[in-house]
Design a binder for this molecule. Structure first.
Ligand SMILES: NC(=O)c1ccc[n+]([C@@H]2O[C@H](COP(=O)([O-])OP(=O)(O)OC[C@H]3O[C@@H](n4cnc5c(N)ncnc54)[C@H](O)[C@@H]3O)[C@@H](O)[C@H]2O)c1
Length: 348
């Protein structure tokens, strides 16, 4: 019997810096996928200790002939800041990395965002490769070149658009992801279905048991579908002035929830889940969605062990004040992504 294909490659096509996103099983052990994108002889892998325990040796084995350093970041969104970012810069300088160096982000969205921003700024820009190891990073954060850090006054307020050389999403890494982190990633997955793919929403509802038990075939289909949507939106609108903004469904609410929670206690994906419900409720209020649509969204989120209600310490008024500071707002006007219908997002 023919073996099932366990990998796909999706191209992000841009005027400058087009690159492939490989999605599949066993990719970290296949240097042929990422080595053509490593230029120069200096490599620095940025990761976290718990991720390194599982995957660092696999990646390091490709670089025995290179000057290869490793930088460990602390865990947690509260460390995605300029202080930790500055430490990456210091280590790169101390180790004598030059402009031909390649940085490798081996980790989740936090590692990817910080490594990408370090690559954007170190000696005015060096190459980097994304090796995402969380669901959020594989379906979203590692693709599209949004890099940056948080400020105590706002999420992702300091950063740059800076595209990687390639993205290597090895779905096997998701097997070690803690359940809460895996579930948080499903909020971003559901987002794609809501903004532009009603068939994918049906697929998710019908295959959610396989997804939750992390069956490889289900993961491959789900992640490849999300990556294809992300690549299409980034290709159409790299700088986030048009259709790419649809990806922010639920995120204006989510960023405010995260900022008000000091980036602790609530995971990004959990905040997105609450934001999806608030955006859907708003769409119901405008007569665009029915209450049955809203219940369908809430039911899928709850099946994925995601929250649909705001945490008790937050009020809607606090949220609205924080949302006015969102960087997507223009000329003081709040920008929201809502749903015209299921599978069709709209920017208002
Ligand atoms: N740049 C973008 O376009 C974009 C898009 C979405 C989200 N983001 C950002 O991504 C971040 C959230 O990303 P995240 O959810 O990946 O969080 P994260 O990077 O903080 O990772 C979550 C936790 O999982 C651990 N972990 C990672 N991979 C693991 C694995 N395979 N096995 C075991 N443990 C593992 C990490 O050490 C960490 O403790 C936020 O900062 C968010 O703003 C960026």
């Amino acid at each position: 019997m023919a073996r099932k294909i366990m990998r796909h490659t999706i191209q992000v096509t841009l005027e400058k810096n087009s690159y492939p996103v490989s999605v599949g099983s066993g990719l970290l052990q296949e240097p042929a996928i990422f080595m053509p994108h490593v230029h120069g002889h200096q490599v620095c892998i940025v990761t976290q200790k718990n991720i390194a325990d599982f995957y660092l040796a696999k990646v390091l084995s490709a670089f025995s002939e290179y000057q290869c350093g490793v930088i460990f970041l602390p865990e947690g969104e509260q460390h995605k800041n300029l202080t930790e970012w500055g430490k990456i810069m210091t280590i790169l300088l101390e180790k004598g990395h030059d402009r031909s160096a390649t940085l490798i982000a081996l980790g989740g969205g936090m590692v990817g965002d910080m490594t990408g921003f370090a690559a954007a700024c170190y000696q005015r820009g060096v190459n980097y490769i994304q090796m995402p190891t969380t669901l959020i990073a594989q379906v979203d954060a590692a693709i599209g070149g949004k890099t940056g850090v948080n400020h105590s006054l706002g999420k992702n307020m300091i950063g740059a658009f800076y595209q990687p050389q390639c993205v290597v999403a090895d779905i096997d890494t998701l097997q070690t992801l803690p359940p809460r982190e895996f579930h948080a990633g499903l909020a971003e997955v559901i987002k794609y279905a809501l903004i532009r793919d009603i068939d994918f929403l049906d697929w998710l509802e019908n295959h959610i048991a396989d997804v939750l038990s992390r069956k490889k075939e289900a993961l491959l289909h789900m992640i490849t579908t999300c990556v294809s949507h992300k690549a299409a939106l980034v290709t159409a609108d790299e700088r986030d002035h048009g259709v790419r903004r649809l990806l922010n469904l639920g995120h204006t609410f989510a960023h405010a929830i995260e900022t008000l929670s000091s980036y602790e206690s609530i995971l990004h994906g959990e905040a997105v889940a609450m934001g999806l419900c608030l955006a859907a409720q708003h769409s119901v209020n405008l007569g665009w969605l029915t209450t049955t649509d809203l219940e369908r969204i809430q039911s899928l989120l709850l099946t994925c062990h995601l929250p649909c209600e705001l945490p008790l310490h937050l009020t809607l008024e606090q949220l609205m004040t924080a949302m006015k500071k969102d960087k997507k707002n223009q000329h003081g006007k709040l920008t929201l992504i809502l749903l015209k219908k299921l599978g069709e997002g709209v920017c208002v």
